[in-house]
Ligand binder design. Structure first.
Ligand code: ARG
Length: 416
């Protein structure tokens, strides 16, 4: 019998998928549950459930370290925030899950992999394209995209087939979470006029329960990678977990994003990403201090491209390789310490310092010690403004002050 490796979360969709694939495709199902962190799930009971439903084998893999090293840190260094709002916890985890599916498929001699994505989202694109690149010969089965059952029909199917389910009734949001953040959609959030209810949030405190005292925190970066909190060196997983906890306590990292999915749909998403929000801000503040103006401007453009390609499922692509090389190189001076203040849902800068700082007191100060050449400024302005002085003399000679004020041209184009 042929084998398929199914990415298994333990939820309704993928539980039903185990049975459905067996019946529809007559294949043996191996489940793979990938631990990308911050899971509130008991991995052991997930394993047992898979076997109980009929998986021939149920595997669990802890990939948190790889997730941080190959996905989260590079995305942080890149400043990759989709549409300026979403730090992409979900988007970043998908290619890593796909990579693990392929590894297990090879190990098990499987001819296919399967995932529980619907046909409306970005995640199917991320899985399918990643698998296509990594293992073009593997077939991809996406039961939820294929079976077209409603949620109630799924639950009925589960009862008919004796599939043990947990808490299917109380689920009114669709949630995906990992170390880098929590993504929440559906239910009352589908009306963008509805304020997200407090029960959409699980990691961050609302205004009522946030502490009344701010918390200061020092984050050390080496070449764009956070390595210590308050002077204590930490591995990435611990550092991010700790920031999620501290930030969450102060309500930092709530994001309400009406985003553009790749498949053409606008979607209202709630994200909680305290660690990601704190680290992106702190990292950016350190770049302000250590990067030249030109490098920083150019990197902003790269960041937007990078975020788009990650969001759009093109992780394993040559363009990504090229952008990643630029990003890695751009980080060689991004070493130093940022002091942040967490308070009432905000993360503010309290200070920054770096051995590679380009901030030059002697140039910046208005006090004694000023080494800036003031006379040179007039020469600079003379040249910098030359083209506009020339234009003004030739083309604005007949303008009234009124026209100048309203940016109107004295040369109204002729109306035909
Ligand atoms: N819209 C986000 C993305 O495409 C998050 C999707 C989260 N999935 C979920 N089942 N809640 O990355």
């Amino acid at each position: 019998m042929q084998k398929v490796v199914l990415a298994y979360s333990g939820g309704l969709d993928t539980s039903v998928a185990i049975k459905w694939i067996q019946e529809k495709y007559n294949m043996e199902v191996v489940t793979l549950t990938v631990d990308v962190g911050a899971n509130d799930r008991d991995l052991n009971s997930i394993r047992e459930r898979a076997l109980e439903i009929g998986a021939v084998e149920a595997l669990v893999r802890d990939v948190k370290e790889e997730f941080v090293k190959y996905f989260i840190w590079p995305a942080l260094q890149a400043g990759a925030i989709y549409e300026g709002e979403y730090p992409m916890a979900t988007a970043l985890a998908r290619p890593l899950i796909a990579w693990n599916l392929v590894q297990i498929a090879r190990q098990e001699g499987a001819s296919a992999v399967a995932h529980g994505c619907t046909g409306k989202g970005n995640d199917q694109v991320r899985f399918d394209i990643s698998v296509n690149v990594l293992a073009p010969d593997l077939k991809i089965i996406a039961p939820v995209r294929e079976w077209r059952m409603t949620r109630d029909e799924e639950i009925k199917y589960a009862h008919q087939k004796n599939i043990p389910l947990q808490d299917v009734s109380k689920k009114h949001y669709s949630v995906d979470q990992n170390l880098w953040g929590r993504s929440v959609e559906a239910g009352v959030l589908e009306d963008p006029w509805n304020e997200a209810p407090e029960d959409a949030y699980a990691w961050t405190a609302g205004p009522e329960t946030q502490p009344n005292e701010p918390q200061y925190l020092e984050i050390d970066f080496e070449r764009g990678i956070p390595v210590a909190l308050d002077g204590e060196r930490l591995d990435g997983v611990t550092l991010i977990n700790r920031l999620n906890e501290l930030g969450g306590k102060h309500g930092v990292g709530r994001i309400d994003h009406l985003e553009n999915r790749l498949v053409g749909i606008k979607s209202r998403e709630i994200y909680e990403a305290p660690g990601a929000v704190i680290l992106h801000k702190a990292h950016n503040w350190l770049e302000d201090m250590t990067m030249t103006k030109e490098a920083a401007r150019f990197k902003t453009k790269v960041a937007a491209e990078y975020a788009d390609l990650v969001y759009n499922g093109l992780w394993f692509s040559p363009l990504h390789q090229d952008l990643a090389a630029f990003v890695a190189s751009s980080q060689r001076y991004v070493t130093g310490t940022v002091r942040v203040k967490l308070f009432k849902g905000t993360v503010a800068k309290a200070g920054s310092k770096s051995p590679k700082s380009l901030y030059n007191f002697a140039l910046a100060t208005y006090d004694t010690g000023d080494q800036y050449n003031h006379e040179a400024s007039t020469g600079f302005i003379n040249i910098f403004g030359l083209s506009l002085r020339n234009q003004s003399q030739i083309q604005l000679a007949g303008s009234t002050q009124e026209q100048m004020l309203s940016l109107a041209s004295p040369e109204e184009p002729e109306k035909q």
